[in-house]
Write a protein that binds this ligand. Structure first.
Ligand SMILES: [Zn+2]
Length: 227
């Protein structure tokens, strides 16, 4: 019965973007993906379930959350071009209302976000490639660099915002993304660049999210999390 329900849910989606690399995954909830359909983009605020196949390289068996605990959320944002765009985030199911409220607030503030696409768009769901592309994203089943612990991204409980403009700086001075050197200067005032006390930072922290721009090692200006 469960499989039937999930299968029916998947049939409604019609938005698969990657071939399923986990087709042999043992989870009973992994249903065959329908072929990609040229359906109109879902409305802002739409929330959809996700399958292992849709998560592509961003998920694998053994990750700390199952696809059933994640949701795809469609949000509206102002781009660096000043136009309104639509993006997709994959987040933990518990955080869906907060994430929608945060991005509504960022939109009202006029805070620009260059692009918001799920990290499976990048080869191997490589975070470095996503950051170099200044792509804002949330879920990615990966560890904290240099540790054997899961990142909050692996739970769908962290968001990296304009990561090229807001790099991550390690204690030794190394930073990510590799093309972000110009943005180590935090006195810059480029649109999208985050500073403490910015209304865009408050959109997160006023809801109980932590901003890693306040951390000391690393200082991760792009990173917000809600553990
Ligand atoms: Zn992050």
């Amino acid at each position: 019965m469960l499989a039937e329900i999930l299968s029916a849910g998947v049939m409604l989606l019609g938005c698969t973007v990657v071939p399923p690399p986990h087709a042999a995954a043992p989870s009973p909830a992994v249903a065959p993906s329908p072929s990609a359909a040229a359906a109109p983009a879902p409305a802002v605020g739409t929330v959809k379930p996700v399958t292992a196949a849709e998560l592509g390289a961003s998920w694998r068996p053994g990750c700390p959350v199952e696809p059933e605990q994640l949701r795809r959320v469609y949000v509206e944002h102002v781009g660096l071009d000043g136009q309104t765009h639509r993006g997709e985030l994959i987040v933990h199911e518990d955080l869906v209302p907060e994430v929608i409220a945060i991005f509504e607030q960022l939109y009202r503030l006029g805070y620009p976000v260059e692009k918001i696409r799920t990290v499976d768009h990048y080869r191997g769901a490589d975070d470095e490639l996503s950051m170099e592309d200044n792509n804002t994203s949330a879920f990615n089943c990966r560890g904290i660099p240099g540790t054997n612990r899961w990142s909050q991204h692996a739970y769908g409980r962290a968001i990296d915002l304009n990561p090229l403009l807001n790099p991550c700086i390690y204690a030794g001075g190394e930073f990510q993304p590799q093309n972000g050197a110009a943005y180590l200067n935090r006195s810059r005032t480029d649109p999208g660049l985050l500073h403490a006390a910015d209304p865009a930072v408050h959109a997160f922290t006023d809801r109980g999210w932590r901003w890693a721009g306040f951390w000391r090692s690393p200082i991760d200006y792009q990173h917000f999390e809600r553990p």
